[in-house]
Design a protein around this ligand. Structure first.
Ligand code: FPP
Length: 267
C-alpha cells in the first residue's frame, strides 16, 4: 500500500486528485544517493557510518536546493530491494530515518518545507509508518519547498499498484477504460501531484535507474556524478544544475521544447 496522500483517499474508488501547490516555474530534481558504503569503506569504517554521513549530506543538499531554485526534491532513501542487505544495516537505516524525522522535521516545517514519504507501507516497522504519516500531516500545508522521500519504494511495484487500482475501478464501473491516458495515469502513482521530473542525479559513478521513478523519468535529464553521496552538497548540486541548464530539452519536438511548453532553468 502506498504511503502518502493516496492513503487519505477511499481505496479504489477515488482517483488521486491532490495537487501539491508549487511556484510558477517548478524545478523538480530527484537524487539516487549512492556511495555511502564505499565512502565508509574508504575510511576503514562500517557501512552505517557512511549512511550517517549520508544523512548530513542530505541536509546540506536540501538547504542548497532551496537556495539554488529547486522547488521539488525527491530522494531515494530505501528501495524495495534494499531488504536484501544485512538486518543490522537495514535496522541502522531505519534508525537514521527515525532520528532524521525527530531532529529535523520541526525545522523543515518552520522553513516552509512540505515532506511526503512515498513507498510501500508493508514491511516497514509500525512506528516508522506512523512517523512518516505524521511528518506529512504536520507539513502538508507548506508550499515553499517540497521534499519527497522514497522509502521502501520500487517504481515497478508502484506502477503495478496503479494498474491494479485502475483495473478494479474499471471492473466496478467507476472508470471507463477509454478514459485511461498518459495524462491521467500518473494520478494513480504514489508520486502523484508533483510537477514532471526535470533532472535525475545519481552519485558514485553508477549509471543505473535501479527501479526509481521509471514512469516519472520519461523526459527527465540524467546527470551522473562520480562523487560519493556523503561528500555531496551545494557545489556538486550547483554543478549538476549547470549541466542541466545547458541541456536542450526537446520533449520529442524539434525545437527547444516550445511545442510541449516545458522549459525549466535553475535560478
Ligand atoms: C546507497 O549507498 C544509499 C542507500 C541505500 C541509502 C541512502 C540513505 C541515506 C542517504 C541516509 C538515510 C536517509 C534518510 C532520509 C534518513 P550504498 O550503501 O549502496 O553505497 P555503496 O554502493 O557504496 O555500497
Amino acid at each position: 500500500m502506498p504511503l502518502g496522500p493516496t492513503d487519505a483517499l477511499p481505496k479504489e474508488e477515488t482517483k488521486v486528485t491532490e495537487q501539491i501547490s508549487c511556484p510558477l516555474h517548478p524545478l523538480h530534481v530527484a537524487i539516487i544517493m549512492d556511495g555511502n558504503g564505499r565512502w565508509a569503506k574508504g575510511r576503514g569504517q562500517i557501512r552505517t557510518m557512511g549512511h550517517k554521513a549520508g544523512v548530513n549530506a542530505l541536509k546540506r543538499t536540501i538547504t542548497a536546493a532551496v537556495d539554488l531554485g529547486v522547488t521539488h526534491l525527491t530522494v531515494f532513501a530505501f528501495s524495495t530491494e534494499n531488504w536484501r542487505r544485512p538486518v543490522s544495516e537495514v535496522n541502522d537505516l531505519m534508525g537514521l530515518l527515525r532520528a532524521f524525522i525527530k531532529s529535523d522535521l520541526e525545522r523543515l516545517r518552520k522553513e516552509g518545507v512540505c515532506v511526503r514519504i512515498v513507498g510501500q507501507e508493508q514491511g516497514l516497522p509500525g512506528d516508522i509508518v506512523t512517523m512518516v504519516k505524521e511528518a506529512h500531516d504536520k507539513t502538508k500545508d507548506n508550499s515553499r519547498f517540497f521534499l519527497q522521500v522514497a522509502l521502501n519504494y520500487g517504481a515497478q511495484a508502484d506502477i503495478v499498484n496503479a494498474v491494479k487500482t485502475i483495473a478494479k475501478m474499471a471492473k466496478s464501473g467507476a472508470l471507463n477504460p477509454e478514459d485511461i491516458s498518459v495524462e491521467s495515469f500518473p494520478g494513480f502513482l504514489s508520486t502523484s501531484g508533483l510537477p514532471p521530473l526535470d533532472l535525475l542525479i545519481r552519485t558514485s559513478g553508477e549509471h543505473r535507474l535501479s527501479n526509481f521513478l521509471l514512469w516519472e523519468a520519461a523526459y527527465a535529464e540524467f546527470v551522473f556524478q562520480d562523487i560519493l553521496w556523503p561528500d555531496y552538497g551545494r557545489e556538486p548540486l550547483k554543478a549538476a544544475l549547470d549541466i542541466f541548464a545547458r541541456r536542450d530539452r526537446r520533449f520529442g519536438a524539434t525545437e527547444s521544447g516550445q511545442e510541449a511548453g516545458h522549459v525549466n532553468q535553475p535560478a
